[in-house]
Design a protein around this ligand. Sequence first.
Ligand SMILES: [Zn+2]
Length: 384
Amino acid sequence: MKVQKAHRAILIELPKDSCDVDHIKRLMALSNLAYRDYEVWATDMPKTIQHQLYGSFKNYMGSLVFGSTPKRWFAGTWVPLKVLRIYSDGSMKGDRGAPVVLEFRSDVDFKRNVIRLRQVCKNEPRHVVELPMHKWVIDRVKEGGDVKYAMIGLKNNEPYLALVAEREVVSYQPSGYILAIDINSWSHGIAWGLIRDGRIVSFKQEGLNPQRIVSLYNQAIKREKKLGALKKLGLGDETNVKSAKRMARRLRSRIYRLINEEAMFMAGKLVRKALKYKAMVVIDDVDWESLRDLLVRKYGKRVGKLLLSGLKRFVKLLVTQLQWNGAPYEFRRLPSTICPVCQHELTQEDGRVMVCENCGFKAPRDMVPMYWAIKIENTKNQIY
Ligand SMILES: [Zn+2]
């Protein structure tokens, strides 16, 4: 049995008043250099912090899981930090001088547990920031994980702490169930089917509702236009304009939140389903380029891109959580316009029914990927 290391990560907002953004910016610049193999020692910074940068952080850069935009974040490289874990029985793990300390003072009263940041938030001697322990940490530790790594950095110029948990897992032996997940379904993006013995036991399309996103987006645009018009005319008293501005901003962040929540909800739900049935998970190996073109054509550039980022985030979260829980998975092309029986091009009839003129195969369009998952499984069984 193969033991694998799985990782999960979380971002925690840091209190702005106890963090010096410029100091973090400097640390990020130094990290960027360190990542490129340059060693630069700033004379006015404590050596302990700078030692962090030239350690082993490259080893875990690749395994970090921050949704769909890690590359952009790493452009301003996040600062890798060692983590000391102190347990309620007094035992410790990690480097005693580590800038991040997770202190579990009680196994019962979680409110007493704290996260301490030493010397990273401000360039002041013995500067410490204490945060309440995050529930995420407790949950990962309960699952047998260990929060070994941390990073600090800025996102939209706001300071954040990233924590990374590691867990050793052995994948379970699939029970015979297959959970097929299609990322390119018509109305909701995500469709899934539970398959057993070559038959679709259950099937559902759910997830992002594009119409809701479109409507929220249009509302936001309308408000922004109105705001622009008011400003041009020099009309509207200050408070009116301010509240309109706030409303427009709130709508936009609601869209992002909605997409993010939906991606998290769907990933969590499907992982639980996979675990419940000990299923082999087959995920549609999407051609993201053509999916983007499709979504942009259908919903316009802005909304199309938003939907695409939601689907990407979903896949990232799904894979991360499958790995973390030892659920076996693979990426496979699951087409909806090619016949799963004879690979002939399918013709679409009324009511989104796909028909093969070559062999007579017939199925609703959004179910065709599920038949592909069955075909893939059958082919595998023939080989062994
Ligand atoms: Zn056919």
